[in-house]
Design a protein around this ligand. Structure first.
Ligand SMILES: Cc1cc2nc3c(=O)[nH]c(=O)nc-3n(C[C@H](O)[C@H](O)[C@H](O)COP(=O)(O)OP(=O)(O)OC[C@H]3O[C@@H](n4cnc5c(N)ncnc54)[C@H](O)[C@@H]3O)c2cc1C
Length: 290
């Protein structure tokens, strides 16, 4: 298939991109093109204007401030994954990103593109949901910060307004001694996850769980935080019994549907095992040096 006709613009600055965004009736943003180009070719999108952000260097930055790793929306996924300063502050980012597609796709795909696309099976939205990350949107009227918990609204649907651009994605750094893990199941390595789960685990001085965070992808219309399982883990000793019970609570908390990749029951069964697995891995990493 060939894409529909549209006007193509490639501004050099964010201000220029925001101006075009404000002036066009129905624009879309071209970031890495890994999801948008097939969407255009299949004519699932029919915009009047395509705004290519690849020349906007000010959106391709990585910076750590106020306990947050702040990533410009046009940062290539592979650049974030391979950044050693990011690895030192939050190794969960690299572990999670290794599950996104294949290296050639991550070379082109951007952090902002993945987040704005909001596929419910995607890893980065799940990670932001897990860590209580923040998204910054800008329009010609100004900027606003949106907590990850409010950003992902439905399948391929976010809180971004039509005149806004996603400009920054912020991941909190991990606490000293915080354990972490991400795992997913896909039919082939690099495919979208049938289900995935991430965990962080912070222990108190007595070795009990002070804080557990759990989130999943592929099991609902958005990434989901598994609050009931988190609550059940607080104050208990880490171990196989507690982690198996948390997996069962997670399984019971999600409602999903049958589709061509898996039945709802199978997905929920997978989630239970994945939660047990990420908690076991996070516990093994908790307390020691990162
Ligand atoms: C074979 C294959 C396998 C894949 N497997 C996975 C996988 O396992 N996990 C996964 O997470 N992803 C996967 N992907 C998707 C990949 O990660 C894409 O890179 C990502 O979804 C989109 O990023 P992009 O930079 O290419 O964005 P684009 O395709 O350019 O844009 C995607 C959407 O986001 C919008 N957008 C982009 N940037 C902005 C912005 N700054 N502000 C507002 N809107 C914006 C676009 O308008 C478009 O609607 C796969 C892709 C392919 C082709």
């Amino acid at each position: 298939m060939k894409p529909p006709c549209y006007e193509y613009v490639a501004p050099d600055t964010l201000a220029g991109a925001l101006r075009v965004r404000a002036e066009s009736e129905d624009s879309v943003v071209l970031a890495g093109g890994q999801s948008l180009v097939p969407t255009l070719n299949f004519r699932l999108a029919n915009p009047d204007t395509v705004i290519d952000l690849r020349r906007v260097a000010e959106l391709a930055t990585i910076d750590t401030r106020d306990g947050m790793i702040r990533v410009g929306a046009m940062t290539r996924q592979r650049t974030l994954e391979r950044n050693d300063a990011v690895l030192a502050r939050n190794p969960l980012i690299r572990e999670t990103m290794e599950y996104i597609a294949h290296p050639v796709i991550r070379n082109r795909g951007t952090v902002g593109g993945s987040v704005a696309h909001a596929d419910p099976a995607s890893e980065l939205p799940c990670l932001l949901t897990l860590l209580d990350g923040e998204l910054t949107a800008r329009s010609s009227a100004g900027a606003r910060t949106i907590p990850a918990a409010e950003f992902f609204e439905f399948v391929f649907t976010t809180a971004l307004e039509p005149e806004e651009l996603l400009v920054e994605v912020a991941f909190p750094v991990l606490e000293p001694g915080e354990g972490w893990a991400f795992r997913e199941f896909a039919r082939r390595h690099g495919d979208f996850a049938v289900a995935g789960a991430g965990a962080t685990l912070l222990l108190d001085d007595a070795g009990r769980i002070a804080r557990a965070r759990l989130a999943a992808c592929g099991v609902a219309t958005t990434p989901v935080r598994l609050r009931a399982a988190e609550e059940a883990l607080r104050g208990v000793e880490p171990g196989s019994e507690a982690f198996r019970a948390a997996g069962e609570l997670a399984r019971d908390a999600v409602t999903t549907v049958d589709d061509t990749a898996a039945s709802a029951d199978y997905r929920r069964h997978l989630l239970s095992g994945l939660v047990n697995d990420v908690l076991t891995r996070a516990a093994a990493r908790a307390g020691g040096p990162r």
